[in-house]
Write a protein that binds this ligand. Sequence first.
Ligand code: GTP
Ligand code: MG
Length: 486
Amino acid sequence: MLERLSNSAAETWARAQDAAGQILAPSVRLGVTGLSRSGKTVFITSLVHNLLAGNALPFFEPLAQKRIVKAYLEPQPDDAVPRFDYEANLAKLTGPAPEWPEGTRHISELRLTLEFSPTAMMRRALGTKTMHLDIVDYPGEWLLDLPLLDLTYEEWSRQSISQAREAVRASAAKDWLNFLSTTNAVAKKDEQVAKKGAEIFTQYLRKCREESLSLSSLPPGRFLMPGDMAGSPAFTFFPLETPDNAMVPRNSLWSMMERRYRAYKTHVVVPFYRDHFARLDRQIVLADVLTVVNAGAAAVEDLERALTDVLRCYRQGQNAWHSLFTGRRIDRIVFAATKADHLHHTNHDRLEAILQLIAKKSIQRASFSGADVRAFALASVRVTSEAEAKYGNDRLPCIVGVPVKGERLGSRMFDGKEQLAIFPGDLPEDPALALTPEWLDSGAGSAHFVRFRPQKQIGLEFGQSAVLQHIRLDRALNFLIGDKLS
Ligand SMILES: Nc1nc2c(ncn2[C@@H]2O[C@H](COP(=O)(O)OP(=O)(O)OP(=O)(O)O)[C@@H](O)[C@H]2O)c(=O)[nH]1
Ligand SMILES: [Mg+2]
């Protein structure tokens, strides 16, 4: 396996280009990832829009200090990666009938160029400087594949089967475990069994991802998020119980699965690592933490496991495969809890504290050091406002918004026009309490969440430009790139 990991000519060329470009105008490659529906597309669209429009980002120091002279989009440096469809996404969010952008299934990239005046007097005297911000949007499912590079097929099979037997996965895993119990690993290889097994295994992973379970750690990532190679043999495998026999026949199902697992790593995981992951400077990992908290203790634990795995990928020098690539070094990582506008502002700090605690535990579990890791709670696009509702003698802090058509709350179904004020519930002040199984599984955490529509921009009909409201986007941005603009 390892010899296949050696640097390819393409990688060397990409790096030479990177290095040459750095001299003319430095670039920062920012990876934006998170599981499906975590809010990557909306995050990038809002971030770029707010920077291009010079909107209020009071905690983004370079802008607050009026040092950003110009911001504009430029063609991206990587010809083989699709461009992030910024214009279409923005048009959806800010059109006359605003909608959320479509889900995305591929990696994409966008280059935003910033001209800025440096902070130091001496450097400022030399004029403005230019920095390219290359934003790379890729599925978190692919990132969670990187740990597979350290696992043999046998180790991965053992791990996957023992996870499938965990109580929380019991109902989702039933069909898959039944199939496994009737499958003989040393029987003759059979393409139809391979196909069927991969299908049932994928269905199981899909069920684990559904909102009621909201599990995060579900490799192989391309089973859920295939990209371009869907249906190829490298995708047609599944875990098997380790056979007792010392000698496994070469034409057995086990050997076939083992070879395909290796092919998956060679043709899918390694190229992703080499061409994208190893070239990043900064990383933000988005997570829909509220949905995870709502799903209960097992989902939170799985998020923690996923973040631990993510951090292990960044432990440079400690992974066997890491040393084979001379990648850039990620020195700042943000974990962000998205959609904070589902909570009243009095709960934003609490949500952030919960994610901070999850991150802290993950850092410990991964024995991670080497990059500065921060946690933020944010809403890339704020679509709710706040109000107080009288309830008996109490006044409840509510959020107000227009639920997406077809959303339900109890027996009520929404038409996409009606406005709703709900009390979304309170997170505990002490984050440690919020992470106890007692609280998570007591139902106390299951706030009433519905998806809200983006709001119509006021003033558009008078020719004013759109302003995407956000919550704390500027703080995350300042940590991610503020220092590069000093
Ligand atoms: N209220 C609120 N909802 C948000 C916000 N960001 C994202 N959402 C919701 O989350 C959904 C998914 O957001 P996307 O940005 O498309 O998520 P993604 O990670 O790009 O998803 P995939 O492309 O499917 O992987 C949206 O359709 C919205 O319903 C936010 O800031 N506030
Ligand atoms: Mg997307």
